[in-house]
Design a protein around this ligand. Sequence first.
Ligand code: TYD
Ligand code: MG
Length: 471
Amino acid sequence: MARSTTTFVCQSCGATYGRWQGKCESCGAWNTIAEETVATTGVGGAPAKGGKTRGRAFALAGLDGVNDQAPRTETQVGELDRVFGGGLVKGSVILIGGDPGIGKSTLLIQASARLARMGHRVVYISGEEAVGQVRLRAERLGLTASPVELAAETNVEDIVATLSEGVTPRLVVIDSIQTMWTDSVESAPGTVSQVRSAAQVLIRYAKKSGAAVILVGHVTKDGQIAGPRVVEHMVDAVMSFEGEGGHHFRILRAVKNRFGPTDEIGVFEMTGKGLREVPNPSELFLAGRDLGAPGTAVFAGMEGTRPVLVEIQALVAPSTLGTPRRAVVGWDPARLSMVLAVLDAHCGVRLGGYDVYLNVAGGLRIAEPAADLAVAAALVSSLSGAVLPADAVYFGEVSLSGAVRPVAQAAARLKEAKKLGFTKAVVPEIARGEMSEAGLSVQAVTGLSTLVADIAASGVGRDRPKAAAGA
Ligand code: TYD
Ligand code: MG
């Protein structure tokens, strides 16, 4: 017997309440709680009568069994495969989230077309666009010759019934999960219970059939539609597709991945003809560098297994405000506060009366503490007006005591710097073996104060007064 119960569910985090309230106590969001009706039939059949459940005995297996599954299928979109961990795993479910308009549909239709051209069955279900619109996009991208099977459908039971006919698809794209609905739940599509139940049906299909399923999820700030958060724990991998407005670069980042690493990124560029892979992101992030201006330092970073060189830009300007401004794009603001405090306490660099702006060029977001040294160098350079050498890279973690600590994969960072024509590296004391990159002069610094003194000294003879600063 189906019985309906009414609950109030936060559309942002999925917390449930007995009655409506303005603010979700779980995630702190306002006006995200909506009424939902759930038909409570037992999952996978009706509950047994008399309150007792009788289970079915099943066979247990050992760890050393043989897997009959072909491990992975490469999509041939290199940047995508890199983030997936080497290709699509059979029966896996991947959630790709991102802002509306960032390029999720474009990425997935391109990947679908590649796979289909290799002879795999690929089904693309669009819940947002009509078949004609998807075709129009494919035409623009020059993909119409690829045998991708299209449909504009939103009912998951119908979708699973359709997919179960014929050859099992290698890939099924559901664009987007927020438009899907299932018969078993009465709420409107896009609510937490619909998104969750629809995802459950599709995940069950993936596990049973062995088809890889990619779910697209929109992320919105106002919580009008349930965020992809509510299905994150049910899927095998969660990716986010990001980009700064105004930049053409798009970065695919793995947030969770049961079948691969979570620190790899895939870099794309949005062009008039769809997304283009960027196999060498450093060249892209360093393009158009403003040489000869103070306040910029090149950071030799790592994104997963790949070194990425990126320019760190800092601007330090006298503040007219009681509390000076600290604005950061692409880096952790708490980390900036820490570097500022260390500069103040151990190096005599007082920035209390200055506004500080920090920007990572190209729209990249850096999470590594290894960027501390480059950030400190850029800050001191901006303050003193001393231009840092254009052919130098910086990396190293700064500790609260003002020491510069070693970071992982120094050799890979130095190699990339060398490859891109840099001749100097300012780094922590590292193993001698890693320093022997030919043609690169490596300067090891043990304390941040040494670096500050070096930069300040280089600025002196140069006679480059800070414009307008002292006036
Ligand atoms: P889309 O893939 O529809 O985004 P999402 O599915 O994440 O909502 O991408 C839409 C944006 O991409 C739109 O602003 C136009 C732009 N775009 C290009 O610049 N070039 C192209 O070839 C395509 C197809 C889209
Ligand atoms: Mg879309």
